[in-house]
Write a protein that binds this ligand. Structure first.
Ligand SMILES: *Cc1c(COP(=O)(O)O)cnc(C)c1O
Length: 382
């Protein structure tokens, strides 16, 4: 990795940018009479606590707690408003946009994969290179190496991959990390807690071009908080800090995340339970005549090929069981993506699938009742 130089990767104006300096950047003491941030000194218009003061712009309390759990230094951590924020910031920091006639920089993705990489390229008007995964959803290493160009700034890998569910082979990731010494290689590990493998964070000190994304949205059970983690060299983290909105993580999110980090054992217990359910679900699905392939999963969902994906998807919706239709996605023909639910949710799904071609009604399960009806609607775009 001799030739890697982050400064050559950054857009020139990002290198020279003077960031916004917030009140909490300029005075970091904890006690005093705070008349520097135009806050309301009296209190907040809420019954649930006082939120009148701006939060820590660098979330040090979380980073100090998170660093030993992840085996990294606090300075190697960036926290974002979901993973969406570091995904977008990485594109904006490195890729100079260009219209169709004068493409400047580009980024490389390997479909089928998480949709946000392509959306972020499109939002930023950045050229996209697609190198499909092989039919067993592994990296086509030779094709990737051949597709990398001098102005390929970002290479996106998702492991375990969404929507296929499998881990990418470590050898392939290592080959790309070593060959792509003028690109950032990002490994999105949103589902790493469900996989039986070490995180790529263990390699951060060996590869200055490595970026690892994780999230509180899946195993930690905190999708509504919107908190994503990005691990990289201290140099790159400083760049992301420079271009992020100053107070990107709210005070309630910081408080709840700190609390969650004291409950890692509960997270691990939920992961164990979900893995048991994943196996239960796979076994039940295997016995159904409509199921053709259950792809191996290292995540908390299964990609399942059915004989009539569209019909089954619609039948499930009619019975208020909602799964993700991936049948139009590259290499996923006939496939639905099914999140692993609780035992009763999984049994409900199986019961509905079993009655698909019979006139038998499915007995009702109490769904979406009680408190659920009065809660704000949470929309899943994962
Ligand atoms: C769910 C998911 C995320 C998480 O996104 P957040 O914005 O952190 O909720 C990131 N990457 C992949 C591949 C995912 O499936």
């Amino acid at each position: 990795m001799q030739s890697f130089n982050l400064n050559n990767l950054l857009r020139p104006h990002i290198l020279t940018l003077t960031p916004y300096s917030s009140a909490r950047d300029e005075y970091t003491g904890k006690v005093g009479v705070f008349l520097d941030a135009n806050e309301n000194p009296i209190g907040s218009t809420t019954d649930t606590g006082d939120y009148n003061r701006y939060p820590d712009p660098h979330q040090w309390a979380i980073k100090q707690r998170l660093a030993p759990i992840k085996g990294v230094r606090p300075e190697q951590i960036f926290l974002g408003n979901g993973s969406d924020e570091p995904i977008d910031l990485l594109v904006r920091a490195t890729c100079t946009p260009g219209g169709p006639t004068h493409r400047k920089d580009n980024l490389l993705i390997m479909p089928p994969t998480y949709g946000m990489y392509e959306v972020s390229a499109a939002v930023n008007d950045v050229e996209l290179i697609k190198v499909p995964l092989t039919p067993d959803f592994q990296v086509d290493t030779d094709a990737v190496l051949a597709a990398i160009r001098p102005n390929t700034k970002l290479i996106w890998l998702c492991s375990p991959n969404n929507p296929s569910g499998n881990l990418l082979q470590a050898d392939a990731i290592r080959t790309i990390l070593e060959a792509a010494d003028h690109s950032l290689v990002i490994v999105d590990e949103a589902y790493i807690d469900f996989a039986d493998t070490p995180s790529w964070t263990t390699e951060l000190d060996n590869y200055p071009n490595l970026v690892v994304l994780q999230t509180f949205s899946k195993a930690w059970g905190l999708a509504a908080l919107r908190l994503g983690m990005c691990f990289a060299s201290e140099e790159l983290i400083q760049v992301l800090n420079k271009i992020k909105p100053p107070y990107n993580i709210s005070a309630p999110t910081q408080m709840l995340a700190l609390d969650a980090l004291n409950h890692e054992a509960e997270k691990n217990e939920m992961v164990r339970q979900i893995l048991t359910e994943r196996q239960f679900l796979a076994e039940k699905l295997r016995s159904l005549p409509s199921v053709q392939v259950i792809h191996p999963s290292d995540a908390n969902f299964l990609l399942v090929q059915f004989n009539d994906a569209k019909g089954i998807f619609e039948h499930l919706i009619e019975q208020q069981v909602i799964v993700r239709d991936r049948s139009k996605v590259k290499l996923c023909g006939g496939c639905l993506r099914i999140s692993v639910g609780t035992r009763s949710e999984n049994e409900r799904l199986i019961a509905v699938l079993q009655t698909m071609n019979s006139a038998q009604p499915v007995p009702n399960l109490p769904l979406g009742t009680g408190d659920e009806a009065t809660k704000p609607q949470l929309v899943s775009n994962a």
